[in-house]
Ligand binder design. Structure first.
Ligand code: NI
Length: 166
């Protein structure tokens, strides 16, 4: 946080199944695995393209499993007005966590690295992860979405006081 590239609007990917695109995805995968994250967006490694990865084989405690996904040029459409607050962290803001309102149900559409369409309707934690990652493509970090900044702090301090709520 503080790097101006995290505040830029990323550009669409124009060509699929190219060596540079596959190299970018490999970099994202290595970085996410190294930092043990649930998702990562290209701007977080300094690349201004509309590429996100998210998901994991092992479900997070008390959360739905989210299939590992590479999503390019995503478009998100909320499926209802329902909003839910949940705790989020971000690899670009290590050590912090905040309570962030997100759409409960949404449809997302985009492409895989080979240009094949991905279209899913999801809810809950899956919907939250997608919204968090796709916000990075528009220069939005989760603290900008927090409605009550009293629910924002250092993870180790928050852990001493309360269990995260969903
Ligand atoms: Ni993030």
């Amino acid at each position: 946080m503080g790097d101006a590239r995290l505040l830029d609007v990323a550009r669409p990917v124009l060509a699929f199944d190219t060596a540079p695109l596959h190299a970018l995805i490999a970099d994202l995968e290595d970085t996410m695995a190294h930092l043990d994250g649930a998702g990562l967006a290209a701007p977080q490694i300094g690349v201004g393209l509309r590429v996100v990865i998210f998901g994991f084989d092992e479900p997070y405690p008390d959360e739905d499993s989210v299939p590992y996904t590479v999503l390019i040029n995503p478009v998100l459409t909320p499926l209802s007005d329902e909003v839910e607050a949940g705790w989020e962290g971000c690899l670009s803001l290590p050590g912090l966590r905040g309570l962030v309102p997100r759409w409960r149900h949404l449809r997302y559409r985009g492409f895989d690295p080979f240009g094949r369409v991905i279209e899913r309707e999801v809810g809950g934690f899956h919907a939250r992860v997608v919204q968090h990652e796709c916000d990075h493509l528009d220069g939005i970090l989760y603290p900008m979405r927090i409605s009550d900044l009293r629910s924002f702090g250092f993870t180790d301090v928050l852990d001493l006081q309360q269990e995260p709520e969903e």
